[in-house]
Design a protein around this ligand. Structure first.
Ligand SMILES: *Cc1c(COP(=O)(O)O)cnc(C)c1O
Length: 470
């Protein structure tokens, strides 16, 4: 299997090569040259597999340059009951109104990013050691991505993580989660500024080609192909748990921001998984809802991005969306170049003429949720089912209830646990105790490891240099 760029000007690459890549050199995103097709027989055989066995079957269709036994070992060490809380890894349950919930949030940081990042950590270590390379991940986080990356890469050979976060802006829980890590290769850097300042520093360092090369600087952002491929697995797993046999169809409802999660659902559907519809749920930051309703894609600037109570979806430029539009265009890189030139110039684009195809051939629909909807949904689920769902999952459940048709099985992806967002939970249902997974009770009391720096690129470079010359 070779990988190509959505912009068409990058030589085909192997899985191991794209694993360590961010954007393609031509500015595009990497995708497999075709999607493997899963026959009815294969789908039948896969139904009885355990999660790690299923993950191996699916990922081995894409990671063709990693020897089978090595891949089996990487996956076997990743999807364990110890890391994800249950042997099913992504158990499916049913709410009293019939909506099903697939739990993707039982990993070490209680959010769905662990599903992919835990795999990526082990795969990175494997590829780097094999090639005798070193990689130093530099990232900026407002919460979920940074902690998922740190928990995936802690203690791994050949990798260091330098994670910038805005000082004092994360929740106590998020801060404790990241800063309590004592591993030598994890470097928490709190910047005296906002999230955007952190991101600007990362970009400035990335743009310093000499520094980047000398210190082997890389990233783990949501456009990484290794993350998408690992996410394809739980669409198959969720389908098998929600159905009795393969003649049935299900729809997935996905709380979305960067379009990474639902992009994996699109790929699963293209591989032949019997998915009826892919329901894209957004919060007040509704660029994707607008596209799926009208065909207009008008990314907004940071100033026009709302700060909401489902913060991991506060995104107004969906970085993985280009992968879907590439397929929609009939894989036409010239068209993608033209469309994204219009995005770059701030004009956006209008594919209104394609919407029939988006709905019928690709199965996409969408909806949006607001703060009030989120609180009301958390409240009704608590009243009807006695359980607390997190604000992002609530956005999904709200939209699923709205768009569900008679007889349709809808699986909502649970992207975080309520324990991460106690404040919003209390706003919705009053001061009830929000359950925490075992082992995290005293998290905020553990000793923390963090360096505080001025909002200054040179200061961050000095920290990196000092740590690596150590
Ligand atoms: C990252 C995240 C999302 C959005 O996922 P995308 O892949 O960016 O669409 C939704 N919910 C939670 C809790 C997240 O951490």
């Amino acid at each position: 299997m070779k990988y190509i760029s959505t912009r068409g000007e990058t030589a085909p690459k192997s899985f191991s090569e794209v694993l360590l890549m961010g954007l393609a050199p031509d500015g595009g995103l990497m995708l497999p040259e075709h999607y493997p097709q899963i026959s009815a027989d294969t789908l039948n055989q896969w139904r009885s597999l355990s999660y790690p066995e299923l993950a191996f079957e699916i990922i081995s269709l894409f990671a063709t340059d990693i020897p089978s036994e090595d891949l089996r070992d990487i996956i076997g060490r990743t999807y364990t009951e110890a890391a994800f809380g249950t042997p099913e890894i992504t158990p499916v349950r049913t709410l009293s109104d019939g909506i099903k919930i697939e739990a993707l949030s039982n990993g070490p940081t209680l959010a769905f990013k662990d599903m992919a990042m835990q795999f990526l950590g082990n795969a990175f270590e494997y590829v780097l050691n094999k090639e005798g390379k070193q990689l130093n991940i530099l990232g900026a986080t407002s919460g979920d991505t940074g902690s998922a990356a740190e928990y995936a890469l802690r203690g791994k050979k050949g990798v260091n993580v330098f994670m910038l976060s805005p000082e004092g802006k994360m929740s106590d829980f998020q801060r404790a989660q990241m800063f309590s890590l004592q591993d030598e290769n994890i470097h928490n850097i709190a910047v005296k500024g906002m999230f955007d300042d952190c991101q600007d520093i990362v970009k400035a360092v990335q743009n310093d080609a000499a520094f980047k090369q000398q210190y082997h600087i890389g990233t783990v952002n949501s456009i990484n192909w290794g993350r998408i491929v690992a996410q394809v697995v739980y669409y198959f797993a969720g389908y098998f748990r929600a159905t009795d046999n393969n003649s049935q169809q299900v729809s997935f409802c996905v709380p979305s921001g960067n379009f990474g999660n639902v992009c994996a659902g699109h790929i699963a559907r293209q591989m032949g998984l019997p998915v009826r519809r892919l329901i894209v749920a957004t919060n007040e930051n509704d660029v994707l809802d607008e596209f799926f309703k009208t065909g207009r894609y008008l990314p907004r600037s940071t100033e026009h991005t709302h700060v909401t109570s489902s913060p991991s979806m506060d995104i107004s430029k969906a970085s993985n969306f280009e992968r879907f539009v590439f397929d929609l265009s009939g894989r036409n890189p010239q068209q993608i170049q033209a469309l994204w030139a219009d995005v770059a110039s701030g004009k956006g684009f209008d594919l209104g003429g394609e919407m029939e195809k988006v709905r019928t051939q690709y199965g996409f629909v969408s909806g949006k949720s607001t703060h009030a909807d989120r609180l009301a949904t958390i409240k009704t689920v608590y009243a009807q089912d006695g359980e607390l769902i997190d604000p992002h999952t609530a956005d999904g459940v709200k939209v699923a209830r709205e768009v569900r048709e008679a007889g349709e099985t809808v699986v909502c992806l649970e992207t975080a646990l309520a324990a991460k967002f106690e404040q919003t939970i209390h706003e919705a249902v009053g001061s009830v105790a929000v359950p925490r997974p075992a082992g995290l009770e005293g998290l905020e009391n553990l000793p923390q490891r963090v360096q505080v720096v001025e909002n200054d690129t040179e200061a961050v470079k000095t920290i990196i240099r000092t740590a690596l010359q150590g």
